[in-house]
Write a protein that binds this ligand. Structure first.
Ligand code: SF4
Length: 358
């Protein structure tokens, strides 16, 4: 029989390789009836395809070939792993090496987001580790709060803080993007979502007050993002950089995860240009922001202040973003309001991005 650690490695492997897999339980369902007989790598490659009734189909070389063409399965694993896992044998060196090789392959970061349809509407789905904000519960429900958010538009998880409260460089008024902020309406103002954002903000602010707290933030966030094993991460689908210490903490997270690509939209660039800011404050922010922007796995993008304004350009930062009524180049509005296969915000730091006005 397979050991439980073998099963764990196989489940991780299967989750890693198969984007149509709904949950770990799907893999377990698939594995359980088969633990008494050998199965081949080809068989494992069929784990979890499609809905349960579809999975009864035999191993599908064509399917795998099609996925190779779409780039969903890297050819490397099929060439480098032995073709058969012996069942019922003691944990031989060969078997241990096989399982270990699966585990190490599974540990890599990859673009794991997939598109599903739910009730006819398109939705991005991605691995979603259940990591909670340490030591804080929701004031509304009294229950733990998830650390990361899963915005259905994007191929990444994100970190979500209360818009406005965590945006010291927001500009309000006629025609401003912050004045009509998407993160201060809709689902973001639902009591449970707002309470969760508030709990995260409370935790982050506490962390930023001491070196130990900053170390806690970096450790918790690094662990949560790495557990998703997703290639992409968005800093703030709501909220912004609210202090230089917070910027430095994110830089430490990004340094700790060089294989993950981070995208941060921000209006903190304003501190570099506006009047009424002390030299000390400006230089503190400038140092922290330029350090974050300099990291090769980070796209720190300056966000425009006004609808239909040009995207800002800040030296050392990635190209800016804006929001427009027309002429936008973000394809999301034309493809069900999801990113789909587009990764421009992360992968093309020199490309300005114009979003459709929400
Ligand atoms: S430009 Fe591409 S990656 Fe960026 S938000 Fe739009 S669809 Fe997503």
């Amino acid at each position: 029989m397979l050991t439980s650690s073998d099963c764990g490695a196989l489940i991780v492997f299967a989750l890693n390789r198969h984007r149509n897999l709904a949950a770990i339980s799907d893999v377990e369902l698939w594995l359980n009836p088969r633990l008494n007989r050998p199965f081949t790598l080809d068989a494992t490659l069929t784990i979890g395809y499609g809905a349960p009734h579809q999975r009864k189909r035999p191993a599908a070389t064509n399917r795998r070939g099609a996925d190779h063409k779409r780039g969903l399965i890297s050819p490397v694993t099929t060439n480098t792993l032995p073709s058969q896992l012996p069942i019922g044998a003691p944990l031989s060196e060969e078997r241990a090496a096989w399982v270990n090789s699966i585990a190490s392959l599974s540990a890599r970061f990859a673009d794991r987001a997939r598109v599903t349809t739910k009730d006819g509407s398109l939705k991005m789905a991605k691995p979603y580790p259940r990591v909670y904000v340490p030591g804080i519960v929701s004031k509304l429900t009294g229950t733990p709060v998830l650390l990361l958010s899963d915005a259905s538009k994007m191929p990444s998880l994100s970190f979500s803080l209360p818009a406005g409260a965590s945006c010291p460089w927001a500009l309000y008024g006629e025609g401003t993007i912050c004045g009509d902020c998407y993160a201060q309406k809709g689902r973001y103002v639902m009591p449970n979502v707002a309470a969760a954002q508030q709990a995260r903000y409370e935790w982050v602010r506490r962390c930023m007050r001491s070196p130990e707290g900053i170390a806690e933030f970096v450790s918790v966030m690094t662990d949560a993002i790495s557990r998703a094993r997703n290639l992409y991460f968005r800093g703030h689908d709501s909220g912004d950089m609210f202090s230089p210490a917070y910027v430095r903490a994110w830089a430490a997270v990004c340094r700790a995860l060089p294989d993950v690509r981070f995208w941060f939209p921000s209006r903190a660039w304003r501190v570099l240009t506006i009047k009424g800011v002390s030299d000390h404050t400006r230089s503190e922010w400038a140092l922290a922001l330029s350090d974050l922007a300099s990291l090769p796995n980070v796209a720190l993008r300056p966000s425009a202040l006004f609808f239909n304004a040009p995207a800002p350009r800040i030296p050392g930062w990635a190209a800016g973003t804006t929001a427009a009524d027309e002429g936008f180049n973000c394809p999301a509005p034309t493809q069900g309001n999801i990113c789909g296969s587009c990764r421009v915000c992360w992968d093309q730091p020199n490309t300005e991005v114009s979003y459709h006005r929400h």
